[in-house]
Write a protein that binds this ligand. Sequence first.
Ligand SMILES: Nc1ncnc2c1ncn2[C@@H]1O[C@H](COP(=O)(O)OP(=O)(O)OP(=O)(O)O)[C@@H](O)[C@H]1O
Ligand SMILES: [Mg+2]
Length: 154
Amino acid sequence: MLPLTGHAACEGHGYAQELPREPQSAAIARRFVSDALRAWRLDDVDLDNAAGLVVTELVANAVTHVDRGPIRVSICHRPTTRRVRIAVADHSDAVPLLRAADRDAETGRGLHMVNELSGGRWGTDLPAVGKRVRADLRVGKIDTPATSNGSIAV
Ligand SMILES: Nc1ncnc2c1ncn2[C@@H]1O[C@H](COP(=O)(O)OP(=O)(O)OP(=O)(O)O)[C@@H](O)[C@H]1O
Ligand SMILES: [Mg+2]
């Protein structure tokens, strides 16, 4: 794991890992976030499960909806806000949007799950190249929904 020291998006401690844009990277990313949580002694089972679901979905989205470049998975612990930020960067600047809920649709649920698990605290940053989709998970008790949504930067 590469330390994320000095990274603008991470005021606390962080790690990042570059991975190929392929389905197998989801399992590596889950292990990566679990290892980071354990290193920070944040290996609470609910947080670990939520982090695993979120990073799986964000990696799957980069694999499914992007056609170029590797991905970069990062995790950042912000003790002051009691949040863990999970992000997946890719080489496309297309901004993901929540699709309208449709019971019969076969796709379009992944970001709704990210939205739920982060209490609405997710969004997209646009660096010089590509984008970074991030979600903030609460450390400790179950989160309450925020009024913000994915289109608002935090
Ligand atoms: N990394 C990404 N790059 C570009 N577009 C994205 C990315 N992630 C999501 N999107 C867009 O946002 C939409 C909603 O994403 P979401 O994950 O909710 O649904 P899905 O990936 O289409 O289906 P599901 O997650 O249910 O398999 C996608 O259909 C896609 O158009
Ligand atoms: Mg998806």
